[in-house]
Design a protein around this ligand. Structure first.
Ligand code: SF4
Length: 409
């Protein structure tokens, strides 16, 4: 298992697999072929189906500028090793000088076909929650102490930057107005949600409203291509920050504890990435929003000083009740159902953690088991429910006009 740093990436939305991953791929490719004066980039699978709405072509052209680029959306090819596949071809004076096939495997990470994974090395000694929990109990250490041992204490410097970015994103998102870019013409709602709280609202309703406003603030920025932190992906980036921002502002939790919560949440996300997938194109939204909800529930449980068993139970409940959740973004934009779904999951994360405090003793389902189940469920989901916009809400809403690339965005 790699460092938590690999999970929390700071960069532009709206999609870690459709913008961050492809951007990284073309930059590596350009470095390999500095003499190229023209690039052809062919997108397959989910990248071809929803790349337009996810701004994949724009980010590729931007990254390779000022070189000439042609981006092709190949929706015919079905025999793919990975649902997010891209071919990169370099030309010099019309002659092909190099080619590379890349898989965008989720959370902004990529794998180059035929090459060992170029990313960071595995640094963790254990790869399941059960193993980690056993280790912590045997040596009487906390999950946080375990993370320090594996990562080094310096990880907290990076996590401070992660938190600063999350916090700044919410605070800016609560000030912004206007329409989110794209054909859906959705109005930003975070500011209105936040600034219209009345004194008569009950504590429960205030919590719902604030979590919704905070999740919208980040998710609306993500949908607009602004800077966010993958937690664990761009599409699900609003959930963990919303819960943490609620804790720091309403419950006056100190910042150090919040950053420790980010570390514990990162461990949960890392376990899902290691043993299943955090990619909507590979396993549906259960892998993105389900994982993010698990992470947020674990962070909340840690901050509330739950035991290791209760933290595990919080993460498990949060994931279990997202099983089967499909990915069906309308017109391929990370807007509907994504933005609202982030708010729902932020609320659920706190509910899952509170339920865990009541139910963790004698539970039958472990976190590892639910992660395994999520992966198997994801593999069984039809491709039309995995970030292709061919099924679900996307299909019903779009009435077959989605693949008209000439329609104005
Ligand atoms: S539906 Fe879920 S997985 Fe799909 S793009 Fe939206 S947030 Fe990501």
């Amino acid at each position: 298992m790699k460092s938590i740093k690999e999970l929390y990436k700071i960069g532009n939305g709206p999609s870690s697999s459709h913008t961050m991953g492809p951007k990284k791929a073309v930059l590596i490719f350009q470095e390999k072929y500095p003499d190229a004066n023209f690039f052809k980039i062919i997108l397959y699978g989910s990248l071809a189906y929803t790349g337009k709405g996810h701004l994949t072509d724009k980010i590729i052209i931007q990254a390779l500028a000022p070189k000439k680029v042609e981006v092709i959306f190949n929706r015919e090819e079905k025999e793919l090793n990975h649902p997010n596949t891209m071919d990169l071809v370099a030309y010099k004076n019309e002659e092909e000088i190099g080619k590379m096939r890349v898989y965008s495997i989720g959370g902004g990470s990529i794998q180059i076909e035929g090459e060992q994974i170029v990313e960071e090395k595995d640094i963790y000694s254990h790869t399941t929650f059960q193993e980690i929990s056993n280790e912590c109990k045997k040596r009487n250490i906390s999950l946080l102490q375990y993370i320090y041992e594996q990562e080094g204490k310096d990880i907290m410097i990076y996590l401070q930057e992660v938190w600063n970015t999350m916090k700044k994103g919410i605070e800016q998102g609560l000030q912004e107005e206007g329409i989110i870019p794209g054909r859906l013409q959705i109005e930003r709602k975070a500011k209105k949600l936040f600034h219209t709280i009345s004194d008569n609202e009950t504590k429960e309703f205030r919590q719902t409203r604030l979590l919704t406003a905070y999740a919208y603030a980040t998710s609306e920025r993500n949908a607009s291509g602004e800077i966010i932190v993958t937690a664990p992906t761009c599409g699900a980036s609003g959930i963990l920050p919303a819960v943490l921002y609620y804790l720091i502002t309403e419950e006056k939790i100190d910042e150090e504890k919040i950053i420790e919560g980010i570390a514990v949440a990162g461990l949960i996300g890392n376990l899902v990435k290691e043993n299943a997938s955090i990619s909507g194109a590979e396993c549906g939204c259960q892998a993105e929003v389900g994982t993010a909800c698990s992470m947020a529930a674990a962070a909340y449980a840690y901050i509330k000083r739950f035991s290791i068993d209760a933290i595990e139970c919080a993460a498990e409940i949060a994931m279990e009740h997202h099983l089967g959740l499909t990915c069906d973004p309308i017109y391929g934009y990370v807007q509907i159902p994504c933005i609202e779904r982030n708010a729902v999951a932020a609320i659920r994360a706190i509910d899952a953690a509170n339920m865990a405090s009541l139910l963790y003793q004698g539970r039958k389902i472990s976190f590892d088991l639910v992660v395994e189940t999520m992966y198997e469920t994801g593999k069984d989901l039809g491709s039309h429910y995995k970030e292709t916009s061919e099924g679900g809400l996307a299909k019903k809403y779009c009435k077959n006009d989605y693949y008209n690339d000439d329609l104005e965005e």
